[in-house]
Write a protein that binds this ligand. Sequence first.
Ligand code: CU
Length: 510
Amino acid sequence: MTTRRPLARVLVGVLAVVLVLCCGGVAVGGWAFARAGTDTVGEVDFVRPLAVPPLAASRVDGQGRRVFDLLAREGSRDFRGDGRRTRTAGFDGDFLGPTLRAKRGERVVVNVVNRLPEETSVHWHGMHLPARMDGGPHQTIRPGATWSPSWRVDQPAATLWYHPHPHGATEEHVYRGLAGLFLLDDDREAALPLPRHYGVDDIPVIVQDRSFSGSGQFRRTRNTISSIGVLGDTLLVNGTVGPYLDVTTERVRLRLVNASTARLYDFGFADGRRFDLIASDGGLLPRTARLDRVRLSPGERAEIVVTVRPGERITLRSTGPDLGAGALADRFAGGRDRFDVLELRAADRLVASPAVPDALAPMDRLDPASATTTRTLEFLGRGINGRSMELDRIDFAATRDTTEVWEVVNRDGTPHNFHVHDVQFQVLTDGGEAPPPALGGWKDTVYLPPHRPIRIALRFTDHSDPDVPYMYHCHLLYHEDAGMMGQFVVVAPGQSVGRPPRHGAHAPHR
Ligand SMILES: [Cu+2]
């Protein structure tokens, strides 16, 4: 008897502990589930005019090249007008950078000065150019140094962007504010009746999510339940919190850029109105798509044209993007989050705009039957095909003047996406099906829903260099920094793979 009572007590104690752990676990789980969502619909005061990044000044040098200057530096900004200044970084300013603009066929030079206290790089996202001009992790710029890449713009009109790409620190640099647009023009786009008056009826919409600490600093706290990365609860559009745009024309073109580090958006209008999707990452679609929603993962762009009526106010809104990871995983990865993004305020009298044409830019479809090589890229854990990024390992070579088919698949339960440098690709199939209209044009970044293979075709036309690699990676920047990236070179027919330069050695420092 004397020995049984303590044993009973122990059993009761163990039972109590188990009960507390289980119920506590359920309670914590329920609390976390309820807390996981962010919803700003109806909560945003649209009190600040939308900032529009200035067009970068340029000059033409003695060799006929258009020359830009960009200076990366630290800064600070009071985003919410409450006197609390956030430490930031930007190009030529405190946050984000000017919009560079060039025309197809032009040769450009960008003098990038690094006034940051650490190394960085500037990658021209979506640009077709030689690998050593690409601004990836091999072209780092030391503090105080200037990097002056130059290339010929040789691709269709498009909304491209630039941002740092230093090995292992891209998330941090982009999160602080280092990003900007690089718009390309061409004759085909210029001949179409589309809104193109920058800052008037052609508006950049750079969307980024941030969280602020009590002292007003950017809080780069990663989601603890989902491994997606940093999800913020406040949207900045071109750096503006609570932005509105005065619209003076019947139609307005919005160049939507998801410059967030991890968050996906599903953009549409609060009243459900349809808009014309005219372009994706690499430029104009073959045909205008009339849609009411467009989903963008980090790095992706979409150009839409929306029609407004005199005097009305409409809200650009992001509702929970379908991440395809299942209800629970979707919720913790932001898949149920809703945001009011931007208010459009139409003037009482609007300047007439021509109708958006159905036919935009003819597109020669790449023929998968002509592909010389088929590759499979499996995204899982912190790597691709079981390997984590290493600067001195080239994963494969693509041969110039060939077409390849890549099957890219997310084997994780968590969201990833796929971005490749050098070329724009065509989506052949999405989960075995024909791609939707939003994936029907040139792309450099595509969302990878868990376990849904995406087949793409890529054509390598020029810029062979056996030594200097291009990157392919997940553009959820936490994942990219953690090693979900690989390197390939483009070689001339018969050429073998060389050796990556010593870190940064090929950067054309001035
Ligand atoms: Cu990822």
